[in-house]
Design a protein around this ligand. Sequence first.
Ligand code: 13P
Ligand code: SF4
Length: 303
Amino acid sequence: AEMNRELKERLKVLKKERNAIILAHYYQRDEIQEVADFRGDSFLLAQKAAETDAEVIVFCGVHFMGESAKILAPNKKVIIPDERAGCPMADMVNVEGLRKLKEQHPNAKVVTYINSSAEIKAETDICCTSANAVKVIQSLDAEEIIWVPDKNLGHYVQQHTDKKMIIWEGYCNTHDMLTIKDVVEMRAKYPDAEFVVHPECRPEVVEMGDFVGSTTAILEYCKKSDRKQFIVGTEDGTGYQLRVDSPDKTFHFATKFLVCPNMKVNNLKKLVKALETMKPEIYVPPAVADRARLSLERMLQVK
Ligand code: 13P
Ligand code: SF4
């Protein structure tokens, strides 16, 4: 506790000196979410990065999020606590494979989940997050959609659109771990609880949800609901904001495996060190960034 207090003091001073803003995803450790200027889901944080006046963005999340921030704010310095915090789902799609699909489906528009590399975004018509995926698809005039990389979210979106979706086979290791059996057991244990679930989970698990939505949608739902107990089908870091919003409610995570190890690579100590040394810094080759930017800006414009 004493060390954390010291770290927080140093962080405050450094933040001012550097004119920095700290953005933290809801899946980050509590000690990071506590000191962030903004906590958010991947959509809100991309928006904040695009809008900020700060000179330095410290992005606490995984690598693709830092990259998206850099692409949207090319004149800012973007640093991250640890460059080893990647997203396995983002790595499940490669440029070659995507180009091949585009050749096979020349009339299709490419919709890419923001959980992807800058190179993939550069091959993309429009990005989306779990919060706006259906809206983004509906905004397109194409009847055929190439969807990368999350098959679970893709399956969920397909249920809400008549467009033909060609779905890549990637998935989130963490959300994909949740099974029907886990949910059945939790429901037996907590019969009064509502089950809220993220669409990165398997289709058969998503189908069991009393509520299905992105991280932010789940937070909003739980805050407003009259129910006092919830079984939560998303990453355990969301517990921080859930408890801030509703200290009188109880949140049971659906399994103890709903922890993204990549998100947890970051900690307060590394965050302070990054701001001290201004490293590691995110670099995206300008030629890639320029093409990727269009796909992100189009997403931000969808109302
Ligand atoms: P959202 O922030 O869009 O809910 O995404 C979940 C996720 O897995 C981020 O890595
Ligand atoms: Fe990637 Fe899943 Fe971790 Fe999000 S929770 S960063 S999608 S592995």
